[in-house]
Design a protein. Structure first.
Lengths: 135, 653
């Protein structure tokens, strides 16, 4: 079972970066939308863009949803198809404050993606705590 | 005999308990004209190691550059402001910068850039955002926090900037473009003017000398560079205008600019590299083709529903109506911050107005600084002898002392109104006060049948106060900058008040079902000044809206037909509407201090992702902990606004 979550005192809260990946396999990724729910005790304090130039701008968020730490991330790119990312791509990073001991697990509530022609793309999503520092 | 020099430059009467007893000997030592510059090691917080340049002594400061990119589409402006912070010291710092934005700005985006990485900040309830920022700062993360102190004053905090490193913070806001007397006007303020805080106030914004944190006793302080100091901070402004119709004439009297047109409808304006010191408002005006501006409705719909903006221009008929006798009350700010050029320009404006009055008009002159005084016990007929007397009184006024504007308001509004005349009270001031809420509440309570016209005097006027005095006072606002013509500004004002306003406006929205229309009380329509209403709608978005209003016994009606849906810039309407709702709720809060109202303002701001008094933006880079101890806080010192004297406006030990 899951380890018991122990809330920490606010002064012992810590910050971590959580990367959001989309694997479009062999399809070029032109657009995506992912809805994520942060677990209790976690507050989102920043949203960063992804690795690929197609999604380097930090995605917008829905201001009403974020009040309950529900994040709807979306991005689209008008780059030529050859410049669009394929395979496993970091599309965004969530910067969060966590007030609990356990590593927060974000629930992916929905995820859709499209290729450059507007066709639906089958994807897998994953959300992982970043290890090591950014350069 | 020692020469008297008030320690704060604000006059003895503003210093509590400054009354020596009869058996004491009082020595008053004159202070030198120019305060001596400090010297010392180069470390954060001491502001020292001054480098001498031909322009003055350069003080290391954490804000290197501000870049402003503005796009005007129709009457909506989208402005991106990028502040480049860089640590010039050899240890980590936290930078704090108190700066202005237009008072109707709807700030809805906030991005922190570290190298090539861009992190979007999140809108949170203010106290929560402050806690998140404080925790991140304490734990060594690069973080930024944007808070609102007043509708036109903000604080940017950036924590854990490592030596030599640069952190950019970019904010975006929407606003509606002002239109008056045939000209569109884009304004970008660049420096907060030094505010006066009445004795005993504790929630204000202090004006102190560089390095003198805490001297004012106020929770927020703006630190000012001494006259011979400079920080190296400069500003770049680029304005792109797509007017939709041919641009006929342009004017910028505040700065040297370069313009470029690729078509008759468009214009690109850039600030000259020779004029980049941020010490005055940037004001760019332009006229478009067609002398008959028409009222119009713009709509926008998204998943939240329909939003509209209705611009009402006064009909031409108003100019033909008979002029009624006027009762003009001129209220001149003669405080220390007005010393020199500001009061000189204000006096010229009043002189011009007095010379335009007719013998059947009456006038009163009131001035205020630490106290208020007036020309006589009641208004005088505008006969040549009385006008001469008024001009003589005006010529003796100088700028010194505190800014007890509340005294000026009471003196101007608390005497009986002559029902046979239209009373206009004209305030001429730079607006450098911090008890704005008290002032606006007093106007609301004492207004009666009076109309307030506020004239902002100087290079960096408190436009939030000016606009709201006019709004609460059911009048209009005008500005007289250092390079504006007092005669032109006052002639336009006299022309406006000489024609009756359209009052008691009623709108029949036809098939448009509207809710949440702001402002809730439709202002009077004066010649040359449109009124903008925003609201929500359902139903047919191409209606005919009928407008009716009164001028004394006459009723004037006209119809606005059609609407412009999906117009460029209309996507900003939801933010603009939410901002106007917040402004309207804030005006109610002048007299209603309930928690429910504050909660409602907060909720609107959160729902629309807007900065407000109760919300803030926070951004944290949680991917890396910076090395070293928690950084020293370095407040960004700024120049006093052009034309304002450091000695009479800034608290300096």
């Amino acid at each position: 079972g899951r380890a018991e979550e122990t809330p920490t005192a606010p002064e012992r809260s810590h910050f971590l970066a959580v990367d959001v990946f989309i694997d479009s396999h062999d399809q070029p990724l032109a657009a995506y939308q992912i809805e994520l729910q942060a677990p209790p005790g976690t507050r989102i304090v920043g949203i960063e863009g992804g690795d690929s130039p197609a999604f380097s701008e930090p995605p917008h968020y829905d201001p009403k949803a974020i009040q309950n730490d529900r994040v709807i991330l979306g991005g689209f790119s008008t780059l030529p198809e050859l410049q669009l990312p394929k395979g496993r791509t970091r599309v965004a990073t969530l910067h969060v404050q966590n007030e609990r001991v356990a590593v927060p697990e974000f629930a992916v509530q929905s995820a859709t993606a499209a290729n450059a022609k507007g066709g639906k793309v089958k994807i897998q999503t994953s959300v992982e705590e970043r290890k090591g520092e950014s350069k | 005999m020692p020469r008297f020099e008030p320690a704060s430059g604000r006059g003895v009467s503003s210093i509590p308990s400054f009354l020596p007893s009869s058996d004491e000997e009082l020595w008053i030592i004159a202070r030198g004209e120019e305060p001596a510059a400090e010297t010392g090691e180069a470390k954060p917080g001491c502001g020292a190691m001054l480098a001498a340049t031909p322009q003055g002594e350069e003080v290391p400061m954490p804000l290197k550059h501000t870049d402003v990119r503005a796009d005007v589409l129709g009457c909506i402006t989208t402005v991106k402001v990028t502040q480049q912070f860089q640590n010039p010291f050899d240890s980590k710092i936290e930078a704090k910068y108190v700066f202005p934005l237009p008072q109707n700005a709807a700030v809805n985006e906030f991005i922190m850039t570290i190298g090539t990485r861009r992190i979007r900040g999140i809108i949170r309830e203010r106290h929560e955002a402050e806690r998140l920022y404080a925790a991140a700062k304490h734990q060594g993360y690069v973080a930024s926090l944007l808070t609102q102190e007043r509708p036109n004053i903000f604080t940017q905090s950036v924590a854990n900037i490592e030596p030599g490193k640069q952190i950019d913070v970019e904010l975006t806001y929407f606003s509606t473009l002002a239109w008056a007397d045939g000209w569109y006007e884009f304004v970008f303020p660049t420096v907060v003017g030094p505010r006066f805080n009445p004795p005993g106030s504790t929630g204000g914004i202090g004006a102190v000398g560089r390095g003198q944190h805490g001297v004012s006793g106020q929770p927020t302080e703006v630190q000012y560079l001494k006259p011979k100091e400079r920080s190296g901070h400069d500003i770049a402004i680029r304005l792109n205008i797509d007017a939709g119709v041919a641009i006929e004439e342009t004017e910028c009297v505040t700065h040297v600019t370069r313009t470029h047109s690729s078509s008759a409808d468009t214009l690109e304006v850039t600030l000259s590299p020779l004029d980049r010191i941020p010490n005055k408002d940037f004001v760019f005006r332009y006229k478009v083709a067609g002398d008959r501006i028409k009222s119009g409705l713009v709509t926008f719909e998204d998943k939240r529903g329909g939003f509209f903006s209705l611009m009402l221009y006064p009909p031409q008929d108003l100019k033909q109506l008979e002029r009624k006798p006027l009762e003009m009350v001129f209220v001149l700010d003669s405080s220390g911050s007005m010393n020199g050029r500001p009061i000189s320009e204000a006096k010229k404006a009043i002189e011009r107005a007095l010379q335009q009055l007719r013998p059947e008009d009456t006038f009163q002159l009131i001035n205020f600084s630490s106290r208020a005084s007036q020309l006589g016990s009641r208004p005088l007929s505008a006969t040549p002898e009385n006008v001469k007397r008024g001009l003589a009184c005006l010529s003796r006024l100088e700028g010194q002392g505190g800014t007890m504007m509340i005294e000026g308001i009471k003196a101007a509004l608390d005497f009986p109104h002559d029902p046979g005349r239209m009373r206009f009270v004209c305030f001429l001031t730079d607006g450098y006060i911090d008890n704005e809420t008290q002032i606006l509440a007093a106007i609301q309570q004492h207004l009666g049948a009076t109309r307030i016209f506020s004239f902002g005097i100087g290079s960096s006027v408190n436009r939030h106060l000016m606009e709201n005095m006019a709004k609460v006072g059911r009048g209009a606002v005008a500005y007289l900058g250092p390079n504006d013509s007092a005669a032109r500004v006052m002639d336009a004002f006299i022309e406006r008040v000489s024609h009756p306003a359209l009052t008691d406006l009623e709108l029949d929205w036809g098939t448009l079902k509207v809710t949440g229309v702001y402002p809730r009380v439709v202002p009077d329509l004066f010649v040359g000044r449109p009124v903008i209403l925003t609201g929500r709608f359902t139903g047919n978005s191409t209606p005919a809206v009928r407008v009716a209003g009164k001028t004394g016994d006459n009723t004037i009606e006209w119809t606005i037909s059609g609407s412009r849906a999906g117009e460029d810039g209309a996507s900003a309407l939801p933010s603009v509407w939410a901002r106007m709702k917040i402004a309207d709720l804030s005006e109610t809060a002048l007299t209603d201090h309930s928690d429910e109202l504050a909660e409602e303002i907060k909720q609107v701001a959160l729902d629309y992702g807007l900065l407000s008094a109760y919300t803030a933006f926070v951004a944290v880079d949680s991917s890396r902990v910076t090395a070293g101890e928690e950084g020293t806080t370095v407040p960004m010192a700024v120049p006093v606004p052009e034309g304002v004297k450091y000695r009479t406006a800034v608290q300096d030990r």
